[in-house]
Ligand binder design. Structure first.
Ligand SMILES: [Fe+2]
Ligand SMILES: [Fe+2]
Length: 278
């Protein structure tokens, strides 16, 4: 079998490991264009590109990565505080590009729709990263100017073996927490009258509902394939992987639109069950 370095998984890997944000975004745009033009066939046998553990995706030397608890508090009432908040969001978006690319690279032999969906997410995350770094530049800062949270990639590493687990714990836990976190940030920005940043967060929130919905759809698909009840499976996985429980208030409307049932939302709002109840 000849090497096929241009196949979809190999190209997603090249973009995933690319350290430079601008070049990564360019590679993502190219991937999406090639996909739309039918130039990226899905290799029937998984392709020649090996499935490697990615302990650290491609990222620039800065920001310096530190533990979550060492990341300073972010209040948007000062220019520096606003910049720190924007930087934290930019870091989330940068990681989100890598998370979407990793789904395309890692998981093999799935329906074309799976890859189409996560390629579109990678493109939207690159767009979000661009929008947020523009606001950061307007405040006089750039991505890399503040330290950032080390833990965002950890869940990718922990869920690398199984797309069902990945869908449960990345889009349906981490991205869903973004749905909850955004309205309170918008409220703070409204107090300081930063309409330009609010407009960016409105776009991000709209798109992120779609990302969680995509994860929800595929999570339920994999559960159905394996004869597993999705909502019980989700709670089991959250316990098994020690996934972060979402702090209240949840964004109930956005979560409903993304596929969470009323029962699930009520259970999440009830707080993490004790080990004996889980
Ligand atoms: Fe995003
Ligand atoms: Fe997202």
């Amino acid at each position: 079998m000849p090497e096929t370095p241009e196949d979809m998984h190999a190209q997603a890997y090249a973009a995933l490991m690319c350290p430079d944000p601008a070049e990564k975004s360019r590679l993502v745009a190219q991937l999406c264009r090639d996909w739309e033009q039918g130039l990226l066939p899905i290799p029937a046998d998984g392709g020649a590109c090996p499935v490697l553990p990615v302990i650290d995706a491609g990222r620039p030397d800065r920001p310096e990565l530190i533990t979550y608890t060492s990341v300073p508090q972010r209040k948007p009432s000062s220019t520096e505080g606003l910049a720190a908040l924007l930087h934290a969001i930019a870091h989330i978006e940068f990681n989100a590009i890598n998370l979407a690319l990793d789904c395309v690279y890692r998981f093999r032999g799935l329906p074309a729709d799976f890859y189409a969906g996560w390629l579109q997410v990678a493109e939207e995350e690159a767009y979000h990263f661009g929008l947020v770094t523009e606001r950061l530049a307007a405040a006089g800062f750039a991505y890399g100017d503040f330290p950032a949270h080390r833990g965002l990639w950890d869940m990718a590493v922990k869920t690398a073996d199984d797309p069902l687990v990945r869908m449960a714990l990345v889009p349906r836990v981490l991205e869903a927490r973004g749905l909850d976190a955004t309205p309170p940030i918008i409220a703070k920005l409204r107090k300081v009258g930063d309409e330009a940043t609010i407009a960016v967060l409105d776009i991000i929130l709209r798109d992120e509902i779609g990302h969680v919905a995509l994860g929800d759809r595929w999570f339920r698909h994999f559960c159905a394939e394996r004869g597993r009840e999705p909502e019980a499976t989700y709670l089991t996985l959250m316990t098994e992987f020690d996934a972060p429980w979402p702090p209240k208030p949840l964004n109930v409307e956005a979560r409903r639109r993304a596929g969470f049932s009323a029962g699930e939302i009520a259970r999440l709002e009830g707080g993490r069950p004790r080990k004996s109840e889980a």
